[in-house]
Design a protein around this ligand. Sequence first.
Ligand code: FE
Length: 237
Amino acid sequence: MTAAGQTAGRPKRFGQRGGLFVAAMLFLAACGPAGVASPSPISESPETPESPSPVPDVESPSPGAPPTQLVPVPTPECSRLEATPPNAEGPYYKVGSPERASLLEAGLPGARLVVTGYVLSTACEPIPGTWLDFWQADANGEYDNAGYRLRGHQFSDDAGLYRLETILPAQYGSRPRHIHVKVQPPGGPILTAQLYFPDDPQAAFDAIFDPRLIVDLTTEGDGYEAVFHFILDGLTS
Ligand code: FE
């Protein structure tokens, strides 16, 4: 179009510049496809990194270790869910614990432990908004009965997930390692229980110990990751 307009406006010079014009047109014709073609790979290039992104998005949760993404999807287990059994409350429960998902404090000794899991009905339905109140002994097997060290409550999220950051409790007396917990779904009854750890030699000598309350434990760096799903009975249709 532009070349045609220039030609019509300057007929006398066409002959003088005709060769150059033709050469230019040939050059443009030669470059044109490349010029048109070149943007296409550029415009497509953003799609190239985007298309594999679902793979990194799926894989990134594992190395990132965000709590909720470490928890296995419970669906495969749903066909055989049994209600979490109650367990003794013990003498050291205190009402009024602070709401916090991490019980870690500066200078708190002990191996780091993250406990995650779902709160589900026996029908395998997640129970959001469930109150979970944890309390435990420290790395010396002692409870803070004056304050709220290693005590805290939280609520399960919309997916029924909870996540607790704490330390591995020590054994004390004849008791194996354990974390006390109270679990109450919205409008439901309170389940009082204790979470235990695998291969604890003290368990054999403990009358309260219940193997159904053992967490799945794995090491993570210098610490541990535990998974335990609370299954609550008689809550849903
Ligand atoms: Fe205890």
